[in-house]
Write a protein that binds this ligand. Structure first.
Ligand SMILES: Nc1nc2c(ncn2[C@@H]2O[C@H](COP(=O)(O)OP(=O)(O)OP(=O)(O)O)[C@@H](O)[C@H]2O)c(=O)[nH]1
Ligand SMILES: [Mg+2]
Length: 279
């Protein structure tokens, strides 16, 4: 018999509290905060550089904080826009946390900033369950990653206020199937808006800037279906008698006897077979 102690749940609960406080603080300062999330290389920085440049052209007080495990490359690229930019090195951590973000904003975020972009560490798993106190979560994926990524990373896509399909200039070259992609998105996040962008041609950049500037600092747009629910992105088979410790992003407090009902209550189950085309 073993008792599953879910430390991660406590860590997430603590982060949620700190994120709520940060959201309130930023809203009080009139800042709309955008958390940009995607796998490495999806084009966050390329798109952000254009967004910052366009925002600056409009005279919109904008700033960006970018997080990576190593290098200041992204900050250098973003600084070309002329906007205030800060690079955060996470010291090996694969995501940003609310407390960390608050610490980096303190004494840096210029007064009067109306729009703050936070480029999260390139990763579709770790950052997904960490609320940063953002106003808006934008999840990107590029056409080169494959149509099924929303189904494979349902937490990230399920918590998005807005989904961006990037590198659309390459769609034809990789034979990207828009219809299948749209179906995958709709299943994990019904009703979420999908914007198509290209940092090469500038497609969608103005629209994206319009969307994020339309959201007031204290607003919560498009409530994603997974928001506020316990999340899980795992499946496990239980053998007839075993001891195990496993990490969940949701609470468990149950005893595993050798012959108990092994079904759990899971509020969200990623589909094993989506029934959609696989290539
Ligand atoms: N063709 C094309 N290439 C792009 C586009 N956006 C980004 N790229 C290229 O894709 C590569 C990765 O882009 P980045 O902007 O560094 O991606 P990222 O998501 O910021 O990457 P990480 O910060 O490492 O997670 C670079 O070589 C970009 O020039 C696009 O819209 N079209
Ligand atoms: Mg980047």
């Amino acid at each position: 018999m073993c008792r599953v102690v879910d430390l991660k749940q406590a860590v997430l609960a603590k982060n949620d509290g700190l994120a709520a406080a940060l959201r309130e603080e930023l809203a009080g300062r009139g800042v709309t905060t955008v958390n940009l999330l995607s796998s490495p290389g999806s084009g966050k920085t390329a798109l952000l550089e254009l967004l910052l440049t366009r925002a600056a052209e409009r005279g919109l007080p904008v700033a960006a904080l970018t997080a990576d495990l190593a290098t200041e490359n992204d900050a250098r690229r973003l600084a070309r826009s002329g906007a205030p930019v800060r690079q955060v090195l996470t010291g090996g951590l694969c995501h940003l946390e609310a407390d960390q973000l608050r610490g980096h904003l303190e004494g840096w975020l210029p007064d009067g900033t109306r729009l703050l972009f936070v480029e999260n560490v390139g990763n579709l798993v770790c950052p997904a369950t960490y609320d940063l106190g953002e106003t808006l979560r934008v999840v990107l994926m590029s056409v080169t990653e494959g149509e099924d990524k929303p189904a494979k990373y349902p937490t990230a896509f399920g918590l998005a206020n807005l989904v961006v399909l990037s590198k659309t200039d390459l769609a034809e070259a990789v034979d990207f199937d828009e219809e299948t992609f749209a179906e995958h998105v709709e299943r994990v996040n019904p009703g979420v808006e999908v914007l198509r962008t290209s940092a090469r041609t500038g497609r969608g950049v103005e629209e994206l800037l319009e969307r994020v500037t339309a959201v007031g600092a204290g607003e919560r747009p498009h409530r994603p279906p997974l928001a506020g629910r316990h999340l899980n992105e795992h499946r496990h088979d239980h053998g007839p008698a075993h001891d195990h410790v496993h990490e969940h992003a949701h609470a468990h407090d149950h005893d595993h006897g050798p012959a108990h009902d092994r079904s759990h209550e899971h509020p969200y189950e990623p589909a094993l077979d989506t029934g959609l085309p696989v290539r």
